[in-house]
Design a protein around this ligand. Structure first.
Ligand SMILES: O=P(O)(O)OC[C@@]1(O)O[C@H](CO)[C@@H](O)[C@@H]1O
Ligand SMILES: [Mn+2]
Length: 439
């Protein structure tokens, strides 16, 4: 274990902090939306999933209302129902183990405003899933699916602009100089970065889409990339041996962000900079907009039915998936309340699988929180230091700052940014393309 002294963890016990406001205001709104949605749609869900689902909706509503009350009155967390025999990604044991270890460390049960922000926020999604899971016909129901799908449909113009660009770059690849290719690739990393600006959890499940073509704003946005390791990243990509160009992509949100990620991966594949890709989605409805395997497959199918460049590119995605160059790998570790420094102990198989990749790309703010332990690091802490015991292989974080820690800045940099924008670390307007090679 590295010798790392720890700052405190971000916590909702810190009144007025972003963590506090999330648990006090944003999470109850997300829960209320799910409750209203299930109640409103109970008849149509009954028609779709059978009569028992209609009654089931009422039970789920009652469980979720109970949880909302527990949250708002700062009650103890509960153990999850365990084991969940028909759930292939049953992680209830890990959740209950986290509960027990909290009790043995602190001598009391975790509570909504006393546990860490990361633990509390992740726990809410585990409980939403449990509430549905306990109702047989709704066991696999995703209450956020409609929102995720709508956010993609509403981003159609931006998606078309993106796929047109990918298509024209790919068809001219052989005539590009290495420098031209570099410019294209790095721009697509930026598109994937800004694709993370908007997620449905930060908007408490309110509407969120990419309405305009992001390509035209990249230059203007570049100064908002507060850590930009793009040049080092390019050096790493071009120096990979031909038989070791395997990328692991730990996905974040469905909708425009997912399309931007897959477009980036398409260029890397077509340019030969990547030969195989493993995609890691979530295994339960998560932080409203996070992509599950079925969202990923829906996205590919949806785009495939488009005429024009979108259809062509999604057809490529289908063939990558069917010939095995792209794999989808599900792991229950992503939806536990643990940060990634715990991965080698709690999920050694996942850790060793990730370690074999040439590069792991972590998308989004929550992944960044889990990479850095969600601790209150001074912003000039070295990224490698903040990763603590998580050292699988070179890794890249691509995220906009929406409340989690920020590390790797220059001394004084955060002060300068704050003087321009007080909310720079929560509003998603600032981003990071941050590499750690552990060298
Ligand atoms: O991981 P993502 O999708 O980029 O962001 C998830 C997120 O919006 O959820 C939390 C607020 O509820 C924040 O930590 C974080 O910004
Ligand atoms: Mn997300």
């Amino acid at each position: 274990m590295m010798d790392v002294s720890h700052p405190p963890v971000l916590s909702p016990s810190n009144i007025g902090s972003f963590a506090y406001l999330t648990v006090k205001d944003r999470l109850p709104v997300i829960l209320t939306r799910v409750i209203d949605y299930l109640y409103r749609e109970r008849i149509s869900l009954g028609l779709k999933y059978g009569e028992a689902a209609q009654e089931g909706c009422k039970e789920v509503v009652s469980r979720l209302s109970q949880m909302k009350n527990e949250m708002q009155t700062n009650k103890d967390f509960q153990l999850l129902w365990s084991p969940q025999p028909n759930n292939p990604y049953d992680d209830s044991e890990i959740w209950n183990q986290q509960f027990e270890s909290y009790v043995s460390t602190y001598g009391v049960s975790p509570k909504w405003f006393a546990a860490s922000w990361l633990y509390a926020e992740c726990y809410m999604y585990a409980r939403i899933h449990e509430a549905l899971y306990l109702c047989d016909p709704l066991r696999d129901f995703d209450p956020f699916e409609e929102q995720k799908q709508k956010s993609l449909v509403d981003s159609q113009i931006a998606v078309e602009a993106l796929t047109d660009k990918v298509s024209s770059i790919c068809s001219a690849l052989s005539s590009h100089t290495q420098d031209q290719l570099k410019q294209h690739v790095l721009k697509f990393f930026e598109v994937s970065l800004w694709g993370n600006k908007c997620d449905l959890s930060i908007s408490s499940g309110g509407e969120c889409c990419q309405a305009e073509d992001v390509f035209s704003s990249l230059e203007k946005l570049r100064s908002n990339i507060i850590v930009n390791d793009s040049n080092m990243l390019w050096q790493l990509l071009i120096s990979l041996p031909e038989d070791q160009r395997d990328i692991a992509l730990v996905l974040d949100n469905a909708g425009f962000e997912l399309i931007s990620d897959l477009c980036l991966m398409t260029i890397l594949m077509e340019a030969g900079l990547t030969t195989s890709l493993t995609l890691y989605p979530k295994t339960r409805p998560w932080f409203v907009s996070d992509a599950l395997e079925k969202d990923l497959r829906w996205t590919v199918d949806k785009l495939r039915s488009n005429s024009g460049s979108g259809g062509q590119i999604a057809t490529k995605w289908s063939s990558y998936l069917s010939d095995g160059r792209w794999k989808i790998c599900n792991s229950k570790f992503w939806t536990t309340g643990y940060d990634y420094a715990e991965m080698s102990k709690l999920s050694p198989d996942l850790y060793s699988q990730l370690s074999k990749a040439s590069l792991i790309i972590f998308k989004g703010d929550l992944n960044y929180r889990k990479l850095t332990g969600d601790l209150e690091w001074p912003t000039d802490t070295k990224f490698e230091y903040a990763l603590q015991d998580f050292r699988p292989t070179p890794l890249l974080a691509v995220r906009t700052a929406k409340g989690g820690p920020v590390v790797g800045l220059l001394p004084g940099q955060s002060k300068t940014i704050s003087s321009v924008d007080r909310d720079w670390n929560i509003n998603g307007d600032y981003g990071m393309i941050q590499l750690c090679t552990f060298s």
